[in-house]
Design a binder for this molecule. Structure first.
Ligand SMILES: O=C(O)CCC(=O)C(=O)O
Ligand SMILES: [Fe+2]
Length: 363
C-alpha cells in the first residue's frame, strides 16, 4: 500500500516550529488526551518486581507480587536485571544520536521500499493506509533482533558506530528478563517454569522498536502513540529516564506510568500471552502522550516461533472456563498486527480471534 503521507517524518514537521500540529495529527475532540485527566500513579502504588528474586523459585513472596502486578496492572517496573546502567545509558544515547542525524543518513535505513511502500523494518513512520487515519506524533526505527540469523544488517544504523553492538548486548540482557518473567509467570500459576517458554519455543522472534517523540507544540491535540495492546507474549521497555508520557488504561481510567529510575525497565503483557493463558493474563491498553520535550524509548517485543500455533493452553480451559480465543498461527497473528494497528484496533479483534458467546454455548 502506498500512501503519500508515508514519506513525511514527524521530526521534520516538528522542526518547522508550527504553532500547532497539522490536521493529519489532530485527534477528534473525544479522543484527545485531555478528555479525561490521567490519574497520578503514586496514589495507586505502581508495582515493581525484582527479577533477581524471581530467579529464585523459593521466593514465593516475589512470585506472588508478580502475579498481583499482572492481575491488577498487566505491567510492572523491573529491577535486578543485571544490566549495567552504562549499557542502558549507552543504547539510549546511541538511539537518540541516530534520530539526531540528518535525514539523508537516517533514510539509508528507510522503512519504505523504492516504490514507496511500507515495510515493518527500518526507519520511518508507522503504516499509513488512508487519508482519514490520524497520525501519531512519532518516528521509529524498527529492527528484528532475534533470531540472530533473521537480522537484516542494511536496516541497522552504523552511525553511531556503537549502536549495533549496544543493541546486541541489550537484546541479550533483556531476553534474560523476558525469560525469567515467563518462567515466574508459569510458576505463579502452579506450572513448571518451562510452561510458557515451551509454547514460545527456543527460536522465538524478537523485534526492537526505537521510538522518537519530537517536542510537540500542542500535546493536548495529538497522541505520541495511539492506544494499543502489544503484539507480543511480553514486551520489555527501556523508557526515557527524564521524560514521561506513557499511560495505561487501568479500571477504565488513564494512569501515568511513572518516570522510572535510570536502571529500571518496564515489562508489559502482550496479546499473545492473553491468548495462550486464556485471558488469565490480559494485555493492558496503553498509549503515549507528548510534551514540550523530546522523548525516546526502546521497546523489545518477544514473540513465539512463527510456526507455533496460538491457542489457549488446555490447562486454562475447562467446563467453568471455555476457550475465549480461536486457534491461529503465530505468523498470521504477527502479520495481522500491522493491519490492526493502522486502524487502531487490537489484533485479537481485527482477526476475529475471540470466540463468540453463541459459539461457546454450542461447544
Ligand atoms: O514509548 C513508549 O513509552 C511506549 C511505546 C509502546 O507502547 C510500543 O512501542 O508498543
Ligand atoms: Fe506498546
Amino acid at each position: 500500500m502506498v500512501h503519500q503521507a508515508q514519506g513525511q517524518m514527524v521530526q521534520e514537521v516538528a522542526a518547522g516550529s508550527l504553532p500547532a500540529p497539522p490536521s493529519r495529527y489532530v485527534l477528534r475532540e473525544e479522543d484527545r488526551p485531555t478528555a479525561g485527566a490521567a490519574a497520578a500513579p503514586e496514589l495507586l502504588s505502581f508495582p515493581t518486581v525484582d527479577v533477581q528474586r524471581l530467579a529464585d523459585p523459593g521466593d514465593v513472596e516475589e512470585t506472588a507480587k508478580l502475579r498481583s502486578a499482572l492481575e491488577s496492572w498487566g505491567l510492572f517496573a523491573v529491577t535486578g536485571h543485571g544490566m549495567p546502567e552504562s549499557l542502558l545509558d549507552g543504547i539510549r544515547s546511541a538511539g537518540l544520536e541516530f534520530f539526531h542525524l540528518p535525514s539523508s543518513e537516517k533514510l539509508k535505513h528507510a522503512n519504505r521500499t523504492d516504490a514507496g511502500e511500507f515495510q515493518p523494518e527500518g526507519y520511518g513512520i508507522d503504516r499509513v493506509d488512508t487519508d482519514e487515519q490520524v497520525l501519531d506524533w512519532c518516528d521509529r526505527l524498527y529492527l528484528t533482533v532475534q533470531p540472530e540469523e533473521a537480522r537484516r544488517p542494511h536496516f541497522w544504523p552504523t552511525t553511531p558506530p556503537s549502536l549495533p553492538k549496544l543493541l546486541h548486548d541489550y537484546t541479550l540482557g533483556s531476553e534474560k528478563v523476558a525469560k525469567l518473567v515467563l518462567a515466574a509467570m508459569a510458576r505463579a500459576l502452579g506450572f513448571a517454569d518451562g510452561f510458557f517458554l515451551g509454547l514460545v519455543g527456543e527460536k522465538g522472534g524478537t523485534d526492537a522498536r526505537f521510538t522518537y517523540y519530537p517536542p510537540c507544540p500542542r500535546p493536548d491535540l495529538v497522541y505520541g502513540l495511539k492506544p494499543h495492546t502489544d503484539n507480543s507474549v511480553v514486551t520489555v521497555l527501556l523508557l526515557d529516564p527524564g521524560v514521561g508520557g506513557l499511560q495505561v488504561l487501568k479500571d477504565g481510567r488513564w494512569v501515568d506510568v511513572p518516570v522510572l529510575g535510570r536502571g529500571e525497565l518496564l515489562v508489559v503483557v502482550g496479546e499473545e500471552m492473553e491468548i495462550m493463558s486464556n485471558a488469565v493474563f490480559r494485555a493492558p491498553t496503553h498509549r503515549v502522550v507528548t510534551g514540550e520535550r523530546e522523548r525516546m524509548t526502546l521497546v523489545l517485543f518477544y514473540q513465539p516461533e512463527p510456526e507455533k500455533v496460538l491457542v489457549p493452553a488446555e490447562e486454562f480451559v475447562g467446563e467453568d472456563r471455555p476457550a475465549l480465543y480461536k486457534k491461529l498461527g503465530a505468523k498470521a497473528f504477527a502479520d495481522g498486527f500491522w493491519d490492526a494497528f493502522a486502524l487502531g484496533e487490537r489484533t485479537i479483534d481485527f482477526l476475529k480471534v475471540k470466540v463468540e458467546q453463541q459459539e461457546q454455548q454450542a461447544a
